[in-house]
Write a protein that binds this ligand. Sequence first.
Ligand code: 1GP
Length: 245
Amino acid sequence: MHVRSILDEIITHRPAHLTLIDPVKQSPARASEIAENADKFGTDGFLVGGSSGVYQANLSETVDAVKRVSKKPVIFFPGQDKAYSLSFDAMLYLSLLNSRNVKYVIRSQAESALLLKKLNVEVLSTGYIIVSPGMRAGDVGEVDLIRREDIWVANGYAAAAEMLGFNYLYLECGSGSPVTVPPEMVRAVKKTVDMPVIVGGGIRTAGVARQLIAAGADILVTGTVVERHEYKQRLSEIITAVHSA
Ligand code: 1GP
């Protein structure tokens, strides 16, 4: 499976939805159940990973649990921990552009690049920028958060990401955030760059998903929604809103 072609083909027709499953947040059995339902509701793929607490065992068991119930792409979402599974279809190859720590910008990528190349892992090269409040991703990534009103700063990072040749731009405001990336920031960034824009953090309702899609987001990521006991209706409404935009 060539994940970039699959995603890019989808987003030439309509926006896409990815379901984020953090291995720390539930058992593999529960991850399987979530993935099965998300697949049924029409999600376009899965991101598996989290900021911290991800180890070889919980990561591999969660990827395998998702793979057992869905044929859609399963993509690694790396955090600060060193763990990987060969069952992934691709890896979100993130450079955290507004980190103060060069480790998250390029150094840890340089440490793993030769191995990933040798293993022929498909990487989705992604400029990752974190907007306030940033939550745990902002803390762990030692980020100089982009303030919500600083649209021109976001635009600068976006233009730099495009000129540096990243395939995707990811605007994040942190898992569990009470707010999303401001739609006006997404709109401004989409006017500046001609590249797919992924938006995540704080998306909990179909209405909010619709606003971000109307602003031009190509791919929305939701995670916290599926960590709730009663997630099915919410998830299905969000996916329908993304697809019917
Ligand atoms: C992925 O951090 C997001 O970009 C997920 O955020 O958990 O708030 O949906 P939520």
